[in-house]
Ligand binder design. Structure first.
Ligand code: CU
Ligand code: CU
Ligand code: CU
Length: 352
């Protein structure tokens, strides 16, 4: 029997693997419009924003490592914008990096731009405008989560039963009504939020005993946050999307601007526990405690009917931390809970 030609066989096998990999890479096509809207950040604070698909945070984009994305962006606002895909390597693709005057011209009002990119970096990423970032990212809500599932998940992440994304940012009430201003070095933030809401307008994280919760923290604004979980340690497993060689346990984690940390929390302590920013001014609204970046972990089976419990009568929105959306598979998913009130044409005319 003739011996098989070993080098030829290898080339054939590698070519097949490469082609199979390319065929497996899904292609996604999304449309994102940028709208002027008003969101209620805190009781008494309504804020004018540039909202991706009318919501803050922007819609969840959830894909798999290696997928190809085509994103049509339509600017329906009165100022120019772009979208930068924070974390994506853009290999041989730098013109899709979304930075005005460096990789493209900004998308002017009424115009559109199409981005083509490959989800080459896995993990917790995000997208944001890159025009006048101090204002547009700092105080106008121009950010959303981009979650790229890795081809090879770690043993621990396979055990996750519930996901929670927390985008942390701040607001300057003096600029609530003034498009085109805010976020300068001399400007003081006086409202602080998780997913664009300040306590008590945030939502609880509901768990059942035995759940493995993965919290993805994203530093979306200009402040440094120190998120502290009462009653539970957090195992920090990923930084900026990448798995850490040695995950470490903490009960407080610092999250700076642009940073992402993934934390695993074992739901092994039934009860009701606050989960909050430990930078003390960050738990105030306009200088008054309690407010800001506070949520509460509520276990299933623990009664919420204490007469004095602050969220005794809370209307529960189960997708506030993108948990429901993360279970829907791959695609772009909007969250009704984050939709703003569209600014009407009359209001736009008055401003011009
Ligand atoms: Cu912008
Ligand atoms: Cu960035
Ligand atoms: Cu505390």
């Amino acid at each position: 029997m003739a011996k098989p030609n070993a080098p030829f066989l290898w080339v054939a096998v590698l070519t097949w693997l490469f082609l199979a990999g390319e065929a497996l890479a899904a292609k996604h096509e999304f449309e994102i419009t940028i709208e002027e809207a008003v969101v209620e950040v805190a009781p008494g604070l309504k804020y004018k924003v540039f909202a991706f698909n009318g919501q803050v945070p922007g819609p969840l984009i959830h894909v798999k490592e290696g997928d190809d994305l085509t994103v049509h962006v339509i600017n329906n606002t009165s100022l120019a914008h772009t979208i930068h895909w924070h974390g994506v390597y853009q290999k041989n693709n730098w013109r899709n990096d979304g930075v005005p005057a460096i990789t493209q011209e900004a998308i002017e009002p009424g115009e559109s731009f199409t981005y083509h990119l490959k989800a080459d970096k896995p993990g917790t990423l995000w997208y944001h405008c890159h025009v006048n970032v101090n204002e547009h990212v700092g105080v106008r809500g121009m950010w959303g989560p981009l979650i790229v599932d890795p081809k090879k998940p770690t043993r621990l992440e396979k055990k996750v039963t519930r996901e929670a994304i927390m985008m942390l940012s701040s607001w300057e009430s003096v600029y609530a009504e003034k498009f085109g201003e805010g976020g300068g070095p001399k400007d003081l933030a006086d409202y602080f939020s998780i997913n664009a809401h300040s306590f008590p307008l945030t939502q609880p994280i509901r768990l059942k005993e035995g759940d493995v919760l993965r919290v993805r923290f994203i530093g979306a604004g200009k402040e440094i946050h120190a998120m502290h979980s009462h009653g539970h340690d957090m195992l920090i497993t990923h930084k900026d999307g990448l798995p850490l060689p040695k995950p470490y346990a903490v009960d407080t984690i610092l999250i700076g601007p642009g940073e992402r940390y993934d934390a695993i929390i074992m739901a092994d302590n039934p009860g009701r526990f606050i989960f909050h920013d430990h930078v003390d001014p960050h738990v105030t609204n306009g200088g008054k405690y309690p407010g800001g970046a506070i949520t509460i972990v509520e276990y299933e089976g623990v009664d919420r009917d204490d007469s004095w419990y602050v969220w005794k009568d809370k209307k529960y929105e189960s997708d506030f931390f993108f948990g429901d959306s993360m279970e829907k598979g791959y695609g772009l998913f909007e969250q009704a809970v984050f939709k703003g009130e569209p600014l009407d044409a009359r209001d736009r005319r008055r401003r011009r």
